[in-house]
Ligand binder design. Structure first.
Ligand code: PLP
Ligand code: ZN
Length: 420
């Protein structure tokens, strides 16, 4: 069945257009850097549909935006409730920064505890439509956990390539969900290349970030939700951490789709946050270089989810900042660790390092004058703090050992000034 609103697939580098699904991964002319956009017939959508109609009687999940998504047949939609995560107004956190308006989009609340669920659900829907026997991915952890979880929900086989050094909680998720887990003695980038080779050899459907155009369409739903949650009045700025660049690329695509539809009056500025030790995209943005020809760079950060030597969605990632008058900032591992408790203690949201990096990035962007106190700001928080407890423990002090006696409790209470 052909899709009523998908117009074509388009290469982000050379602009070549392809019939929908005529190309499975990247542009055959431009190679792996030539990621594809799934382009809709915006005029037809505009005529058929208003924002109000779209969101009436729709499920509280990412699938509420049906006509704006590339898969619409209900029978392919995985049953786990993904998306429609809360957008939290956090005045106490805003006060810390003297920011008038600040919201947290808490995507750690997804079923496998990261934003990656959105992309995995979209890819599994496509895999069901294609009748693929196996779905595979390489991942620093969260994309894999998301794929394993969504596959488990529909009884599909998943083969996962993950660096053996990924945080244990993420590896545990893979195993518990029953995926076949290959613990690669190497980096994420090496796992990525292995996964591509194996997918080709065995005819598996590959979810790899950037490479698979459906991932962006899943991730864009976070932008659609923010827009709806703010009454279709977009924020001035969205900040999000960037590894491969697929989440920020999805933000761009979501806001772009809404703008093309005429449902929003402007697009927010998109600010990408990278770790100092893994900052290839920020560097390309700053130097004005062509992301398509980027060479692998260092990838050394405690924030494992944003550690990427050759970011796979680099073309979309650079475009997101350039085309929205946005920016990139970098933050140190120390800033990232400090952000975890500061964010948690002023909002109640516990974020993993890569997620808390967005908050560290907001502080840096304020310092550089890229964000003003009057800007309406959304931080896209991408993953739960429970994903990486070891890093979280480095960001806080220890508890107080007490004997099992009230006298010892009194000692601590008095020390802490908690006694009345
Ligand atoms: C994947 C991920 C990111 C970065 O997303 P990219 O698409 O690789 O840029 C950030 N935070 C978390 C928690 C992630 O899992
Ligand atoms: Zn191309």
């Amino acid at each position: 069945m052909s899709h009523p609103f998908v117009s074509h697939f388009q290469c982000t580098i050379c602009g070549a257009q392809y019939e929908p699904d005529a190309v499975t991964y990247t542009c055959p002319v431009c190679g792996p850097a030539g990621t594809l956009d799934i382009v809709y017939n915006y005029r037809k959508l505009h005529k058929t549909l208003t924002a109000k109609q779209l969101t009436k009687k729709t499920p509280p999940t990412m699938w509420r935006y049906g006509p704006l998504l590339p898969i619409i047949e209900p029978s392919y939609i995985p049953p786990l409730p993904i998306g429609w995560t809360p957008l939290l107004d956090v005045p106490r956190l805003a006060n810390v920064l003297v920011q008038n308006q600040l919201w947290l989009k808490d995507d750690g609340r997804n079923p496998t505890a990261s934003l990656k669920d959105r992309a995995s659900a979209m890819v599994v829907a496509r895999a069901l439509q294609m009748k693929a026997p196996v779905v595979t991915t390489a991942s620093t952890g969260n994309a894999a956990a998301a794929l394993a979880g969504v596959c488990a929900s529909v009884g599909m086989r998943a083969v996962i390539f993950v660096p053996a050094k990924a945080p244990p909680a993420k590896i545990a998720q893979l195993l518990v969900y029953g995926a076949t887990v290959l613990l690669v003695d190497g980096t994420y980038d090496q796992a990525f290349d292995l996964c591509v080779q194996a997918a080709e050899e065995y005819g598996w459907y590959c979810r790899n970030t950037g490479m698979n155009p459906y991932t962006t369409e899943g991730k864009k739903t976070a932008a659609l939700e923010i827009a709806e949650q703010l009454g279709w009045k977009p924020p001035d700025v969205v900040l999000v951490s960037v590894g491969d660049g697929s989440i920020i690329g999805g933000q761009y695509k979501g806001w772009h789709d809404l703008y093309e539809l005429g449902w929003i009056e402007h697009m927010p500025r998109l600010i990408g946050v990278q770790a100092e030790g893994s900052s290839s995209v920020a560097k390309a943005w700053r130097d004005g270089t062509d992301p398509a020809t980027m060479q692998p760079g260092p990838a050394d950060t405690i924030a494992d989810s944003i550690s990427a030597s050759l970011p796979r969605d680099r073309v979309k990632a650079v475009r997101a900042a350039r085309a929205t008058n946005g920016a990139y900032v970098t933050v140190s591992d120390q800033d990232i660790l400090a952000a975890i408790p500061e964010l948690a203690q002023h909002s109640g949201v516990f974020a993993e390092p890569a997620s808390a990096a967005a908050y560290a990035g907001l502080k840096e962007a304020r310092k550089q004058g890229l964000v003003s106190p009057d800007d309406r700001v959304v931080l896209l928080l991408t993953g739960s703090g429970l994903k990486d407890v070891n890093s979280a423990m480095k960001s806080v002090g220890a508890g107080y050992p007490v004997a099992a006696e009230i006298a010892d409790v009194r000692r601590v209470v008095e020390q802490q000034g908690l006694a009345r």
